[in-house]
Design a protein around this ligand. Sequence first.
Ligand code: FES
Ligand code: FES
Length: 177
Amino acid sequence: MRLTVNGIERELSTRPLDTLLNALREELGITSPKAGCQQGGCGACTVLIDGEPRRSCLTPLVAVDGATVTTVEALGEPGNLSPVQAAFYEQYGLQCGFCTPGFVLATTAMLERNANPSREQILEELVGHVCRCTGYVKIVAAVEAAARGDVSEAALEAGATGPSRREPEVLVPGSPA
Ligand code: FES
Ligand code: FES
């Protein structure tokens, strides 16, 4: 099977009927698509296939032979986040982050199609994405901020130095940290 993943052509040896999720995680080491429910119900495994959000846990590799796959690794990087990533960061739209790649990709695709979505359209787009710890108020606020372009330069540059490098190192003898 051949795929273009995050702009790079890849020849995959994963079995054709195995899932795209397994191919990305296990063969290519791309771990932003998460193995959540693996039944199509949570959205944690979402990737963009030819620009559209799809559940990689339900997608046999053979069904996407020749396709273009995008994960959040291709959207931005520390210090140079995409506007959607920066909005989630700035609006506190995540806690553990397990669901976040799916939300970010679904939001990115939606804003490509519709730069000014209504609140109802946002909720409809994200209805299949489950977050178990942040709740949805801040996530929707992040999507609305991204749609408005209300994202600060500081947020776009988040992660450039990393909080661990800005904060004093605290060592507690015997701690598991
Ligand atoms: S892991 Fe694919 S939808 Fe939950
Ligand atoms: S941020 Fe933890 S599941 Fe959504």
